[in-house]
Design a protein. Structure first.
Length: 616
């Protein structure tokens, strides 16, 4: 198959996009000290250089086409780089000693932590992009449009700093980059008081506590103040707010719904200054060779901005990839329509599959059935979802108290389903492929079954795969090696034509009244733990029957799958079935004109049967 990513952001994307998300801070860090709230000196940090040719080649062989490099842009941190003009940030502005990768302090710079020589960090990042291009991997970085760190100050493009020419006498002015608090705004007026210090002087922030510093104030907002990143209009943001960030102004007043930017009813309004600055950010990284952008909380920014910005980005490099993080149930979303439709209409290649993820997890929380996945199949934009079973915001599949406490193998079944049901991108999160459980407290990240994005840390199971830089899994258990091999088979398989270009036909609707469709004792309808569908490439004819037993412990015995009438054209006469995902023998499956019968499907097992037609 012809490569889609020889020249990131400039070539033709003929491959299905399969993304491996990693934080360079964590991925290359093999320091096993892991002191909670530890400094860089104590716990170490991964570098751009750790993504060397051998590591990149292994990820390409795994089946990945792109790497989402999370936390690359320079962000607020407690680590002092005063020697290169970048002092540590005020502890009151920090969530974690390493800092939140989504509290950006310079959109045009990269994090000095990640460079072997911090003063040459941009050169080292450029070298990484060159290595990735050689490995035929496209680079995706975060574009965080809704908010910046309170301490934002560009050293690379100071002429494009935010707020320098803002008029502070109005809460909202479309010419401003920020929303400015007024004397009568909630919270009692200036100075801005951050929730990091309590009323008795005690540290409410874990980061202030471990650093032993903090006063609940920020010198940049003693006389004036800005709205917090999660739309908190107050001089006293709460500990649960995104208090370390400030909201950017795109000409949309979220308090009134006023749109002071070009839109359908008023297309001749001027382009807001924030739009132009953000376009400059995208252009800058495109010129570096970045292939795409994962757009943080994209639903909090007007769709009209996205339509304008994506069109401009594609005029520079037509194949640039845009993926939107968006949640339709978020009250902070802009507009009243479905966010997926708004964003895809604006030009996004894909938007987060929040519904599919929650449905799959809900099976193990006791609230959902496999049948509930069919709610997606009728959506007009079904094939433009980013499918995932882990990412940095979500709990680990192998987390002790998550996903029913089943362990890492639950990922086989749920990934086997979600990765196979659409044509859009799929995402594997670093450590997922080796069963990383994110066990224990790491620092600001706490003990929440998520791998921390706020702390200097390393992932024990991924360290075992890295194996001193060999990247050969030499320290993994046999079960972990097989799990990684499974994800490799799955990623490569869903890149084939039936999944890359193919149509989708759900089989659960035709089998709800079929008592042999995985129905367990006490159930009156089928489709609780069994999910099945067909995929077919209309051009080449490649066709798959996919089934998965999602139950954690029960083998589903004597399974019969009935095909609806519309499936007849997909199957043809005299077809045979070859299972390709798990190398399972084919003799267990018997086919008739109306369906197939299997002797049994073990727990947490997906099966990918390619339907082979006899030669003409």
């Amino acid at each position: 198959m012809r490569s889609a990513v020889k020249r990131p952001g400039r070539g033709t994307r003929s491959e299905r996009v399969r993304i491996y998300q990693l934080l360079p801070r964590l991925f290359g860090n093999t320091n096993e000290t892991r002191t909670p709230h530890g400094t860089l000196a104590q716990n170490g940090v991964g570098k751009f250089a750790d993504l060397h040719a051998k590591a990149l080649a292994s990820l390409r062989v795994l089946g990945c086409t792109h790497l989402w490099l999370t936390g690359v842009l320079r962000h607020a941190t407690a680590t002092d780089y005063s020697s290169i003009g970048l002092p540590a940030d005020d502890p009151d502005l920090l969530k974690g000693v390493a800092g939140s990768p989504f509290a950006i302090t310079d959109y045009f710079d990269v994090c000095p932590d990640l460079a072997t020589v911090p003063a040459r960090r941009l050169d080292e990042f450029r070298a990484l992009l060159a290595r990735m291009a050689t490995a035929r991997l496209g680079a995706i970085i975060d574009f965080v449009p809704n908010h910046v760190a309170r301490s934002y100050r560009s050293v690379v493009r100071p002429q494009l700093d935010f707020g320098a020419r803002d008029g502070r006498s109005l809460f909202f002015d479309p010419r401003n980059n920020f929303f400015w608090l007024q004397r009568d705004s909630p919270g009692g007026g200036p100075p801005l008081r951050l929730p990091t210090v309590g009323s008795a002087g005690e540290y409410s922030s874990a980061t202030c506590r471990v650093l032993g510093r903090g006063d609940g104030r920020y010198d940049g907002e003693l006389e004036s103040g800005r709205v917090t990143g999660n739309n908190a209009v107050t001089w006293r943001p709460a500990l649960t707010d995104w208090y370390e960030t400030v909201k950017l102004n795109y000409g949309y007043d979220f308090t009134t719904g006023t749109r002071a930017y070009p839109h359908a009813a008023q297309p001749d309004l001027p382009i807001p200054d924030t739009w132009r600055k953000m376009d400059a950010v995208l252009a800058y990284w495109q010129d570096f060779g970045v292939a795409g952008f994962r757009c943080d909380m994209a639903h909090m920014v007007p769709p009209e901005f996205w339509n304008w910005a994506i069109a401009r980005a594609r005029s520079r490099h037509p194949q640039v990839l845009f993926i939107g993080e968006a949640y339709d149930d978020d009250p902070l979303k802009v507009g009243t329509g479905p966010v997926m439709e708004d964003l895809l209409s604006a030009g996004f290649d894909a938007v987060y599959d929040d519904l599919g993820y929650k449905t799959a997890k809900g099976l193990y929380d006791g609230l959902r059935w496999a049948n509930d996945l069919d709610a997606q199949a009728g959506m007009p934009l079904f094939h433009r979802s980013l499918r995932y079973t882990e990412n940095h915001d979500e709990v680990r599949l192998a987390g002790t108290c998550e996903w029913g406490g089943i362990g890492m193998h639950v990922g086989r079944a749920v990934s086997g389903i979600l990765f196979g049901i659409g044509r859009g991108p799929v995402l594997l999160y670093s450590g997922q492929e080796v069963g990383e459980p994110a066990a224990g407290a790491e620092g600001f990240g706490g003990d929440d079954a998520r791998t921390t994005i706020f702390d200097y840390w390393s992932m024990p199971e991924l360290v075992n795969w890295i194996n001193g830089g060999a990247c050969d899994g030499g320290r993994l258990s046999g079960a972990q090696k097989e799990l990684r091999a499974f994800y490799g088979r799955l990623l490569r398989l869903v890149g084939e034509p039936a999944f890359r270009d193919g149509e989708f036909l759900a089989l659960n609707p035709a089998n709800r009244d079929n008592p042999d469709f995985g129905r367990l004792p006490g159930e009156t309808v089928s489709g609780h733990w069994l999910y099945a569908f067909l995929r077919r490439d209309p051009a080449g004819g490649q066709t798959f029957l996919v089934l998965a037993n999602l139950h954690p412990t029960e083998t589903l015995r004597r399974v019969r799958v009935t095909f609806p009438p519309e499936a007849a054209a997909w199957l043809g006469a005299g077809a045979t079935f070859a299972e390709r995902l798990g190398k399972r023998p084919t003799h267990d499956l018997r086919a008739t004109k109306t369906g197939v019968t299997l002797g049994g499907i073990p727990p947490l097992t997906p099966l990918y049967f390619e339907i082979l037609r006899p030669p003409a």
